[in-house]
Design a protein around this ligand. Structure first.
Ligand SMILES: Nc1ncnc2c1ncn2[C@@H]1O[C@H](COP(=O)(O)OP(=O)(O)O)[C@@H](O)[C@H]1O
Ligand SMILES: [Mg+2]
Length: 272
């Protein structure tokens, strides 16, 4: 299953993507976490120590890989030739690192698009890499996306099973969410699910109403939780810092609901 996480900057995409990845890995799934945000801080939420994450070479900066696979030098136009079909397991062995609970992390890096859109080899290689990953039963890809659903995001998230659209209790983040929802419709994502994050008492109603006016539903909420902030100050992954704190428990619950929803989609309907 391929799950993308999007939303306005600062809404909690990285917290939710990283924590969900750990939770699914603990349940026994093979999880590939993909950091597609140029800010590249998914390693933190996964609990990968800085001395390891600082040595990761993002795929976008791996120029020999880009040249080998696309036949083009970074920065030029090209055609892509994907000779092998990478699996969740071998993709991180080759290009990424393995973190706590066995979560594999692939860091995409920053794409410098040269004005005229995104036809550069690095960008297409990243998209192709994600699109061509083969998933066996029990494989999960979770992609932490850049704010909004820009070029790279749209290309890489094409055909994902679900897009978690994270919103905070304020109008700009809900508006961004609604815009993302519209863009997601263009790239064949089956489920776009709205998640309210950093919710304090009474604020859930605001989000429900704001989404409701656009004909949308709120799928799940994660409370505002001081422990998440403290974890950030200590530079400890929130799931390690306070595993039973309210936000982490709510993300666990989200994981179960999401799995239930995606499994229901997979179940064939038999006709008599
Ligand atoms: N439920 C929450 N309660 C309190 N603080 C939160 C919560 N979720 C996220 N944060 C804080 O908000 C900030 C942005 O979160 P982050 O996951 O990095 O967002 P994004 O990836 O969307 O930019 C971080 O400092 C994080 O600690
Ligand atoms: Mg982030």
């Amino acid at each position: 299953m391929k799950i993308a996480v999007a939303g306005k900057g600062g809404v909690g995409k990285t917290l939710i993507a990283g924590t969900l990845a750990r939770i699914y890995a603990r349940k026994g799934y093979h999880v590939l976490a993909v950091d597609a945000d140029p800010a590249m801080n998914l390693a933190y939420a996964l609990g990968i120590p800085p001395e390891v994450s600082s040595n990761i070479v993002p795929v976008a900066e791996n120029s020999s890989l880009i040249e080998e696979r696309t036949g083009a030098k970074p920065g030029s136009a090209f055609g892509i030739f994907f000779s092998l079909t990478p699996t969740v397991d071998d993709i991180a062995d080759k290009y990424g690192v393995v973190g706590p609970d066995g979560v594999k992390l692939l860091v995409m890096g920053t794409i410098r698009s040269g004005g005229s859109g995104c036809t550069c080899p690095a960008n297409s290689l990243l998209s192709a890499l994600i699109r061509h990953i083969t998933l066996r039963r029990g494989d999960i890809v979770i992609m932490d996306m850049e704010a909004g659903l820009e070029h790279l995001g749209r290309a890489t998230a094409r055909g994902f099973d679900a897009l978690l659209c994270i919103v905070e209790p304020n109008a700009p983040s809900v508006e961004t969410g609604i815009r993302i929802r519209r863009l997601a419709g263009e790239i064949e994502i089956r489920e776009v699910l709205f998640i309210g994050n950093k919710i304090s008492a009474g604020e859930e109603d605001y989000i429900r109403r704001a989404l409701g006016e656009a004909g949308l539903e709120l799928f799940h909420t994660v409370p505002f939780d001081q422990n998440i902030i403290r974890a950030g100050i200590m530079r400890i992954a929130p799931i390690d810092y306070s595993p039973r704190s309210p936000a982490i428990l709510a993300i666990e619950e989200l994981g179960e609901k999401l799995m239930g929803r995606l499994m229901a989609n997979l179940t064939p309907t038999y006709k008599r």
